[in-house]
Design a protein around this ligand. Structure first.
Ligand code: ADP
Ligand code: ZN
Length: 223
């Protein structure tokens, strides 16, 4: 199954996608993570991506589509994937359809996570991520803090704060999301694969578990 997580920055896309990937035994593909990996390694692609990411702007479509196309050609992607942060523009969505069509596949389920703006901003400004790539656990230092400050509960690695999680960049990221989301939502709604998911209380401890449950139910019905 090919799943696309839609939702604003801070809507819980990444957290949900990670759990879902484990439950459904599908690879989790996050373009944001892929770019951050390249930035860390200081590659040419990383340098280019960083010029956009640091300003809260989108990395150009050609570059982004290329890395996803390559990733989808891996053996582990043949039975489906959970895409997190891609597609983000209509161009990317159309390119993805073409890539999948060539393999006789299509997008099956597109959950759209709906979270109020004040919760989103609060979450992003309190977000910390495990620095261990294999783990990648995401914490909210206010609502879901680690047991020991700055240390991952699961693997004991140091937690880091994303450099683009600051007040200036988040404004631009939310604007960019809203500008593109409408087209994407219409596109997938027309295909009959869009499902709006709204946690009853997005600040609840188990909000992300609730969201995962709902998506797993939809996936079962769509099989
Ligand atoms: P968030 O959803 O919190 O913004 P991501 O990790 O998905 O976090 O993305 C971080 C940044 O990486 C984005 O602001 C953007 O600059 C870049 N990026 C990620 N995915 C894409 C994409 N599909 N197209 C263009 N840029 C992207
Ligand atoms: Zn960890």
């Amino acid at each position: 199954m090919y799943i696309i997580m839609l939702g604003a920055p801070g809507s819980g896309k990444g957290t949900t996608a990670k759990v879902l990937a484990k439950e459904a035994n599908l690879p989790h593909i996050s373009t944001g993570d892929m770019f951050r990996e390249q930035i860390k390694k200081d590659t040419k692609l990383g340098k280019l991506a960083n010029t956009y990411i640091s300003k809260g702007q989108l990395v150009p479509d050609e570059v982004t589509i290329d890395i996803v196309k390559d990733r989808l050609s891996w053996e582990d992607s043949k039975n489906g994937v959970i895409l997190d942060g891609f597609p983000r523009t209509l161009e990317q969505a159309k390119a993805l359809d073409e890539i999948l069509m060539e393999q006789g596949k299509k997008v099956n389920v597109v959950p759209e996570l709906i979270v109020p703006d004040d919760v989103i901003i609060d979450r992003i400004l309190n977000r910390a991520t495990c620095s261990n790539k294999e783990c990648g656990a995401i914490y909210n230092t206010k609502f879901r803090p680690p047991k020991v400050e700055g240390i991952c509960d699961i693997c004991g690695s140091a937690l880091v704060i994303r450099t683009d999680d600051n007040e200036q960049t988040i404004k631009s990221r939310l604007e960019v999301y809203r500008k593109n989301a409408k087209d994407l939502i219409d596109y997938y709604q027309e295909k009959g694969v869009l499902f709006k998911i709204e946690p009853e209380d997005p600040t609840a401890d188990n909000a992300s578990e609730q969201v995962v449950e709902k998506i797993l139910e939809i996936m079962k019905k769509r099989k």
